[in-house]
Structures are given as C-alpha cells and as structure tokens.
Design a protein around this ligand. Structure first.
Ligand code: S3P
Length: 418
C-alpha cells in the first residue's frame, strides 16, 4: 500500500524519464542494424528492460550504463529462442513482426496480464505477408516459425502503433512492397526512426509503404515521455504550476494537449526543439477551472495511454464529460474502462462505464479514499494524482507496478514510500 496525502498546492520543475515507445524502438531497431549505436536518456522501466533482455537472447549486444545504452547489431539472429516479454505489449507485438522477418524460430511469452491480451491482431496481418505465426487461442505464448515473407496490402481495423509497427518490421524483410493503412493515425516513432536508419519507407496520410531494406544504426537521444509527464502536467492544472522539461511532443502523441484545450487548461510550450527526428518542448501548466469535454474515436490514438488521467481530470471539471470510441482500453494492462471508473468512484467521483468509454459528472471536490491499482502502472499513477488533488488523500494498493514505465515516480512526486 502507498499512502498519498492530499496537498493544497503542487508546484515544481520536473525532468521526466525517457519515452517508453522510443526506447523500445531504439533498442530493437538498432539491434537489427549494421554497426554500434548509443541511446541516451533511455527509459529503464521494466518494459524496456524486457526489450533489452529479448534482444540479448536473440544475440544482440546491449550494454546498460544508467540511462545510456550501447547497442551492437547482429547480422544473424539466434534461432530456437524463448523471449520473455514480461508485462510489455509493445515488446511482444513489435518483436513478433521483427522475428517473423528474420527467418528464425522463437517463442514469445509474458506475465499473466500480457498472456490475457489479444495477439491475433498481430498474427492475422502478419499472415497476409506469409508469416508463420501461431498464437495460443489468440494469446501468448506466440510461436514464430521461419517462412519467406511476401509484401502485402494490410488494412488494419484498429488504430494501433504496435500492430502497425509489427507489419512494418516484417515488411522490411519481405519481397516486394508492403502497405499498411490504419483507420486513424497512431504514434509514428517506428516510421521516423526507420527513415533515419536508411530504410525504404514512405508515409502518405494513414498509409505506410515499406520495402526490403538494410538498416544502418543510429544514435538516439530519447525525449522525455509525454505519457509520464502527463501526471505532473495534470497536477499543475489541478493544484498549482508545473514545468516539465524536454518532453517529446511528436504530434501523434500530443492528444493530451487537445484535451487540455477543450478542458480550458492554461499551458504553454517553451524551448521547442527537434532532436533525432522527434519534436521536444518544455511544457508549463498552471491551475485553471476546467469544464466538461467530449472525446471520440478520432481523438483516442494520440492520447490512448492518458485516458485514465484525462477521465480523472474530468471528474474535477465542471459539467458532464463523455469519452467514447475507447474500447481499446478494455485490453490494456488492465481493463482500463473498468479500473478507471472504479478509481474515480473510490475517491468520491461520479463515473459511469460505457462499453467504449465513460460518462463523468464533474465535482469541484473529491473526498479521497483507497484505490486498487490492479497492478496497472497507469492506474496507480492516475490514482496518485487524484489523491493529491483530493480532500483527504488515501492509499494505493500494489504501487510497485509504476516501475513498468516510471521507476522513480513516487520520489519525483515527493511522496515517502510507505
Ligand atoms: C505503444 C502503442 C500503444 C500504447 C502503448 C505503447 C507503442 O498501444 O498504448 O503503451 O509503443 O507502440 P496500441 O498500439 O495497442 O494502441
């Protein structure tokens, strides 16, 4: 249990950990490239450690020194390997496409939560490229067997960067051309990094075209993760003033700023830069009175991991908010529609579950209370924000799950471990 005290004000300047999505890709893609690369400000959360472990099991050299990684690509990967992906959906889904492209045999598996998440969403599109991928009743363990890949045209039913990336990674080794189209554009870190590595890749709207390519390693300076900064940005809006430094503001990730615009949150982007093909900025957020918002399917991909937090902010906003088109939340690390609604209700808010989202009736003040994290890092961190902003605070169960994406979250928050 982690005790969280309510606070009158929350203020400060924060350096947040490296971006989880960019770190996964920097390790995986460089492991499959010619040469040695240095990745700085890498996230060493448990999910990215899972990717490092898997790439080593495949034969790549990954040296870890704090948040600096040295990755040595290998021309030929080990076959017949077992890849433990831990809790990480990004690791298992991207690696399934990556491994299918390498003509080797592998078993990919993970923990209980990962084993309950859908894997046909990668196996089915990869089969269109002639990949031989078997799931276990649609779940992990996933087995990949060698097959010669053939380029294909893939139309995804869901907007998912994990699935899109799996197809792109397989497409890099396929004969001919692979086209992958998604209904709404999801995060494009894979496309950007591959372009920087010399891949034959082009993007046209929601379609990515890729051809067989040899990759050259590239050094990556990982921006801070907007999905981790989000908790501190929300605390600025609810309780004072925060400045989050050097945050990645790739437009496919900044849906939270769109939500802030609609909520009426006062924020500004300072010190805008581009580093390693990714935009960054310092984000200054100040306390505001927020009003109800509507978010729909088109909004979801660019803020998918922030929805529990945005729903919480709606619980403190004036009026009735409606978030729909978010049924993907049902298959995250927990069923985040259920766990978010429960979190909000447990701290005194009014949140109704919909099959694909929520109706949240805002109250100016929430009492606080005890929250079950369901071992979902984003639920635990959202709960911490809600309790700091509440009247009386409360407790979070199994808070250690924050280490998945933000190992020093409670230290940064200035909360004593209980
Ligand atoms: C991610 C994509 C998203 C996101 C996850 C990271 C990625 O998942 O929720 O935390 O790095 O590609 P989906 O592709 O399932 O939407």
């Amino acid at each position: 249990m982690q005790k969280i005290e309510a606070r009158e004000r929350f203020e400060g300047e924060f350096e947040l950990p490296g971006d989880k999505s960019v770190t996964h890709r920097a390790v995986m893609l460089n492991a499959g490239a010619e040469g040695e690369s240095v990745v700085t400000n890498a996230l060493m959360g448990e999910d990215c450690v899972s990717t490092c472990r898997c790439m080593r099991a495949l034969g790549a050299k990954v040296d870890i020194d704090g948040t600096t990684l040295r990755v040595q690509g290998v021309p030929r990967f080990r076959s017949g390997v077992e890849l433990d992906c831990g809790n990480s959906g990004t690791t298992i889904r991207l690696l399934t496409g990556f491994v299918a492209g390498k003509g080797i045999e592998a078993k990919l598996y993970g923990d209980e939560s990962l084993s309950s998440r859908p894997m046909r969403r990668v196996a089915d599109p990869l089969a269109l490229l002639n990949a031989n991928v078997k799931t276990t009743d649609g779940h992990a363990p996933v087995y990949v067997f060698p097959n010669r890949l053939q380029g294909a045209e893939v139309n995804l039913k869901i907007a998912s960067a994990q699935v899109k990336s799996a197809v792109i990674l397989a497409g890099l080794s396929a004969d001919g051309e692979t086209l992958v189209t998604e209904p709404v554009k999801s995060r494009d870190h894979t496309e950007r990094m591959l372009a920087a590595m010399g891949a034959d890749i082009a993007v046209d709207g929601n379609t990515v075209r890729v051809k067989k390519s040899t990759l050259k390693s590239v050094d990556v300076r990982v921006p801070s993760d907007i999905s981790s900064a989000a908790y501190f940005m929300a605390l600025g809006a609810l309780k004072g003033k925060t400045l989050c430094k050097n945050v990645g503001v790739n437009p496919t990730r900044t849906g939270i700023l769109t939500a802030f615009d609609r909520l009426g949150v006062k924020y500004s982007l300072l010190n805008k830069q581009v580093s390693g093909g990714e935009e960054t900025a310092d984000i200054l957020v100040e306390k505001t009175c927020m009003h109800a918002i509507t978010l729909t399917e088109e909004d979801v991909p660019s803020l998918v991991d922030e929805i529990p937090l945005i729903a919480l902010m709606c619980a403190f906003a004036e009026g009735e908010s409606r978030i729909t088109g978010a049924k993907e939340l049902r298959v995250k690390e927990s069923d985040r529609i259920k766990t978010t609604a429960e979190l909000i209700r447990n701290i005194g808010g009014d949140c109704e579950e919909l099959p694909d989202g929520f109706i949240i009736r805002g109250k100016k003040k929430l009492a606080g209370g005890d929250v079950e994290s369901y071992l979902d890092h984003r639920i635990a961190m959202t709960a911490a924000v809600g309790l700091i902003a509440s009247e009386k605070g409360g407790n979070i169960s199994r808070p250690e799950c924050c280490a998945i994406s933000f190992p020093d979250f409670f230290d940064k928050l200035g909360v004593k471990k209980s």
